[in-house]
Design a protein around this ligand. Structure first.
Ligand code: ADP
Ligand code: ZN
Length: 512
């Protein structure tokens, strides 16, 4: 049997291991259980294929998608590995079983639901196993974004074969999901290996939305290469594509509602082009191989840090510098929070809330964006990267607590039914028709904010919405979320980040 390094050279033709592949393989070779968290493209397949070649027995690979399995079998066979998949879509099942019994398979791919069947367990009982690899292991966790109950059934097999090393693999796992995978699959905490998430050539930038078409135009002017603009809805993609295209740049739209032929044509045109802008929903980008995407912009909030990382990750695959820019607004958070409370099944709400809170932390952070991303994925990055907006152009932090308290009080005194505009009128002491009609001029909060404080109400409202201290109903009416009372009572402060140009304007005014 070859050593791992020999297998790397002879079977795969690669000269050296990448990232932490070797650490993962060493653990499997030593018979230890491991959870490897590495981004897409890091080379996870090798970490189970090589031990399968270098250890006694067949490597059993649990994989959630039949299409994925067949791809893997094809590429393994192309490398000269004896591999097969056992699924309902394969008519050569009996042949595969025979090969397995005869010890003629290096790798066997199966879906989790098959693993729990009586027949499969009897088959596998007799078979020496080199390892059990669990691909897309985040599917085992309800914290993950893609929970599959079938993955829970793997426990039976794992308990029956405690001597076989387990290797769980995933590209996306936040802290909770990671802990959960370890617990569910019986992997010791020190079996966690993660690395390789840094995309050095990507410059991260995040700002609030303020006339997004104009903001995007400016971004396009600075970035002549091809790029992707992600928009939240189908309508928004078409509208933005028309607006951006009017500026003269070749622009196309892409979303699931388009005629398949147009969609395919747009995609082909984008892949071939060197300066095209594709305005798309997040469906676009999966499985598209275009290494020279020079920028990825988001016109609205991605649904999690994982999604943000994956979508921005479509820029600069060639390793050349590329730019990512996210434009967000408080309404993104308000809408996402409402969706969680109304459309998401109860058991999954805590996970979704947590994902959104992590997003809020990222967009509002005064510090290095890359450091936050990498820490989110469990790495220990240096505190500053020098290649994100906050490192290159540090924002000014101010304390928004007093303004937040005034805004929250105004919402409370007006029975939490009104939006920012009306609450601002009340705090400013403006006797508008509406204020007078509602008698809000008689409230204790009427006119308690000064000029400087009034200017901060919008950013404060945005920060409060993002951290779930305020919630907006369908009409913009603001009510308290769980984060409201600690701020109102002075137990928590509200640090506020002002973008550099805003802060400069403020300073200029104060000097006058
Ligand atoms: P993942 O499953 O992590 O997304 P893959 O296993 O598909 O990644 O590998 C991504 C690509 O990297 C593949 O083309 C693979 O052949 C290549 N690759 C993996 N390991 C190495 C290595 N040590 N040296 C060079 N290329 C590698
Ligand atoms: Zn940075």
């Amino acid at each position: 049997m070859p050593t791992p390094l020999e297998a790397l050279h002879e079977t795969f033709g690669f000269s050296q291991f990448r990232g932490r592949q070797q650490d993962v393989i060493d653990r499997v070779m030593a018979g230890c259980n491991t959870l490897a968290v590495m981004p897409t493209g890091a080379g996870k397949s090798l970490t189970y294929q090589i031990p399968a070649l270098c250890r006694e027995g067949t490597g059993l690979v649990i994989s959630p998608l039949i299409a994925l399995m067949h791809d893997q079998v094809r590429s393994a066979e192309a490398a000269g590995i004896r591999a097969a998949a056992l699924t309902s879509a394969d008519d050569n099942r009996f042949e595969t079983m025979d090969r397995l019994r005869a010890g003629q398979l290096d790798l066997l791919y199966v879906a989790p639901e098959r693993v729990s069947t009586e027949g499969f367990r009897r088959l596998i009982d007799q078979t020496p196993l080199a390892l059990i690899a669990i691909d897309e292991a985040h599917c085992v966790s309800e914290w993950g974004h893609d929970f599959r109950p079938d993955y829970r059934l793997l426990r039976g097999l794992l308990e029956e074969r405690p001597e076989v090393p387990r290797l769980a693999l995933t590209a996306t796992a936040d802290h909770h999901t990671r802990e959960d995978i370890l617990a569910q699959l019986g992997i010791e905490p020190d079996g966690l290996i993660l690395a390789g998430f840094d995309r050095e050539n990507l410059r991260y930038g995040i700002t609030t939305r303020d006339g997004v078409a104009k903001q995007l135009m400016a971004l396009l002017d600075d970035n002549p290469g091809s790029g992707i603009v992600y928009a939240p809805t189908r309508d928004a993609t078409e509208k933005l594509a028309a607006q951006l295209g009017a500026g003269g740049r070749p622009t196309r739209a892409y979303h699931a509602g388009l005629d398949p032929q147009i969609r395919a044509a747009n995609q082909r045109a984008f892949v071939a082009s060197e300066d095209m802008v594709m305005v798309a929903t997040v469906a676009f980008g999966m499985g598209i191989d275009k290494p020279d995407v020079r920028f990825v912009a988001h016109a609205g909030l991605p649904k999690s840090i994982e999604a943000y990382y994956q979508e921005t990750g479509r820029a600069g695959r060639d390793g050349e510098p590329a730019v990512t820019q996210l434009f967000w607004g408080a309404d993104d958070f308000a809408r996402a929070r409402r969706r969680i409370e109304t459309d998401v099944e109860e058991g999954r709400r805590p996970g979704e809330r947590q994902r959104l809170n992590a997003m809020a932390m990222l967009v509002e952070a005064p510090g290095c964006r890359r450091a936050i991303l990498l820490r989110h994925f469990g790495e220990t990055p240096p505190p500053a990267c020098g290649n994100c907006d906050n490192c290159l152009n540090p924002p000014t932090g101010i304390d928004g607590t007093v303004v937040a308290q005034k805004l929250l009080s105004a919402a409370f005194r007006t029975e939490m039914r009104y939006g920012v505009t009306h609450l601002t009128d009340v705090l400013a002491g403006r006797e508008t028709e509406r204020v007078l009609m509602l008698g809000h001029n008689r409230l204790s909060v009427f006119g308690i904010a000064d000029e400087a404080e009034l200017k901060l109400i919008k950013p404060v409202a945005r920060a409060l919405l993002a951290r779930d201290a305020l919630r907006a109903d369908d009409y913009g009416g603001l009510s308290f979320g769980p984060g409201a009372r600690p701020i109102l009572k002075g137990e928590e402060r509200l640090p506020l980040v002002l973008p550099p140009e805003r802060a400069r304007r403020r300073k200029g005014k104060e000097r006058v």
